[in-house]
Design a protein around this ligand. Structure first.
Ligand SMILES: [Zn+2]
Length: 288
C-alpha cells in the first residue's frame, strides 16, 4: 500500500466511526518512530509536515524522499500519507511539485470569498495529481508556525460552502486550539460540531490541536463525525521529557552515551509509545 492520498483512509474511518491520527514529523527519528508504530498497530497514518518543519528538514523534496525511502526500507505496508499541515498557497504548490500525497490549505485567515477562490484552485491541482486536500474554516486558536487565531467556532454554513468545493476533508474550529490548553479552556463545542456534521454529511472532519483534549471529548468528537485528529505537541513534550531525563541522569557521560543514536533513543521510544496510545484511543488499530 505504502504512500497514498488520505482520502480513502479517512472515508473508511468516517464510515467505521474511528479516526486516523496525523502525527507531525520533524526529523528522521520522528518519522521512524511513527512509521514503525503504525506498522506494529496495523493502523493507517498521516505524517504531518508544517511549513516550518519542511524548511527545517531542508525542503519538501527531502521530506518526501526520506519518507518514501523509509517506507520501502522498513517494509511498511499500512497506508501512509505525507501531508502538508497548515499550508499557505505557495507551500501547497511546492508540496504538489515535491510529490506529497496530501495537502492542507489554511485559508482561514482570508475572507470566506478569498478562501473559497484559492481552495477551488488548489482542489483542481491536487486532484489532478491524485492527492487529497484539506481545507480550514474558522481559525483554530493558539499558534502554529505564525498562524494565530482565537479558538473560534466555525460557521456551519461556511463549512458547507467549502466542503462543496470538492475538498476531501475539512478542519473546522470547534473551540479547539493548538499547543497546550489553558486552565480556563471551555472545552469543545459539540453543538457546533453537530451542526457542521449535519450540513456536511459524509465529509470527514478534522480535529486540530489534539494535545490535552480529554479522552471522553475525543471519543465524543469521533462519534460526531471527526475522522482525523492532529497530534503534534504531545510528541514534542514526551520527546523533550525523555531526553531531559537521559541527560539529567548523566547517561551521556557514561561510556559512549554521547553517541547521538543513544542520546536520541529514549525520546524516539517515547514518541512511539505516545503514538501507540493515541492510535488505541482513536480506534485506528487494526484498520489498515
Ligand atoms: Zn492545526
Amino acid at each position: 500500500m505504502a504512500l497514498v492520498s488520505a482520502a480513502e483512509m479517512l472515508k473508511k474511518a468516517k464510515a467505521g466511526h474511528y479516526a486516523v491520527g496525523q502525527f507531525n514529523i520533524n526529523n528522521l527519528e520522528w518519522t521512524k518512530a511513527i512509521l514503525t508504530t503504525a506498522q506494529e498497530c496495523n493502523s493507517p497514518v498521516i505524517l504531518g509536515v508544517s511549513e516550518g518543519a519542511g524548511k527545517y528538514m531542508t525542503g519538501y523534496k527531502t521530506v518526501q524522499a526520506m519518507v518514501a525511502a523509509m517506507v520501502e526500507e522498513l517494509g511498511i505496508t499500512v497506508p501512509v500519507a505525507t501531508h502538508l499541515d497548515h499550508g499557505s498557497f505557495d507551500g501547497c504548490m511546492k508540496c504538489i511539485e515535491a510529490g506529497f500525497t496530501s495537502i492542507m490549505f489554511d485559508g482561514s485567515h482570508y475572507s470566506i470569498e478569498e478562501n473559497v477562490a484559492k481552495t477551488t484552485e488548489l482542489v483542481k491541482l491536487a486532484h489532478e495529481k491524485g492527492m487529497s486536500i484539506e481545507a480550514e474554516v474558522g481559525s483554530i486558536g493558539g499558534e502554529e508556525d505564525g498562524v494565530v487565531g482565537m479558538g473560534e467556532c466555525a460557521d456551519p454554513n461556511e463549512c458547507k460552502a467549502v466542503a462543496d468545493l470538492g475538498v476531501d476533508f475539512l478542519a473546522a474550529g470547534i473551540g479547539n486550539i493548538h499547543g497546550k490548553y489553558p486552565e480556563n479552556w471551555a472545552g469543545l463545542s459539540f453543538e457546533t460540531l453537530d451542526a457542521i456534521q449535519k450540513l456536511t454529511g459524509d465529509m470527514p472532519l478534522v480535529l486540530h490541536g489534539g494535545t490535552g483534549i480529554p479522552d471522553d471529548m475525543i471519543k465524543k468528537a469521533i462519534d460526531l463525525g471527526v475522522a482525523k485528529i492532529n497530534v503534534n505537541t504531545d510528541c514534542q513534550l514526551v520527546f523533550a521529557d525523555a531526553t531531559r531525563k537521559y541527560i539529567e541522569a548523566g547517561k551521556d557521560l557514561e561510556g559512549k552515551g554521547f553517541d547521538p543514536r543513544k542520546l536520541l533513543k529514549p525520546g524516539t521510544d517515547a514518541i512511539a509509545e505516545c503514538v501507540k496510545t493515541k492510535m488505541e484511543l482513536f480506534g485506528s488499530v487494526g484498520k489498515a
